[in-house]
Design a binder for this molecule. Sequence first.
Ligand code: ADP
Ligand code: MG
Length: 239
Amino acid sequence: MAHIELKNIKKSFGLVDVIKGVDLEIFSGEFMVFVGPSGCGKSTLLRLMAGLEDITSGEMTFDGTLVNALAPSKRGIAMVFQSYALYPHMTVYENMAFGLELAKSSKETIKERVEKAAELLQITPYLSRLPKQLSGGQRQRVAIGRAIVRDPKVFLFDEPLSNLDAALRVATRLEIAKLHHAMNSATMVYVTHDQVEAMTLADRICVLRDGLVEQVGTPLELYENPQSLFVAGFIGSPK
Ligand code: ADP
Ligand code: MG
């Protein structure tokens, strides 16, 4: 469980201001979706939450604790990227077990967690296969499984389905929705440029524009009452 607060978060790369003062609260257990045009800072914001980049200024807290300077491994987060980045020479089981082995979990715990995650994602029959023997959708499930086994408080997804074809995208989106229900205390932050994904998965959507929050609200709120043409353009209402 984690309640995330971003207070006036800024991030610059050299002289370029990419995140320009983001204030946002993400509630514990919430499914928050970030949308916005390419280059508006969605991935950067996720990377700041993950601790993969340093914040230039502002405060980020998880459950009230300042995490600005906390190492990624201490944040209780797991990140799933667009490309699956599985280890090609390891089986599915080994890929999923790897992070737990690094964390020195016992063999029994590892087995139990990997099997449970595999069942949830319906990849049990593939545990002894190598990544190259899987389809794209199956690989992405393994990548998600690798995140689940660590039992994170926060999941960060960066366009996890965009490399999949349309049918697989739908199937995997349903898996992610199920996952959110199955892990009902985890907070999920999910970046997508797919309107349907945003509308169907989100408890709330945060529309980003040029490094700032343009509007935050439930899919229905944004649909019925977009504050700008820009928001309407992302949410698909006629305004
Ligand atoms: P999005 O995910 O919304 O497409 P990004 O967060 O990837 O956008 O990028 C936002 C802006 O920050 C882009 O203009 C990008 O070029 C720039 N940017 C991202 N990462 C770096 C970096 N490591 N160094 C310099 N510029 C970067
Ligand atoms: Mg991105």
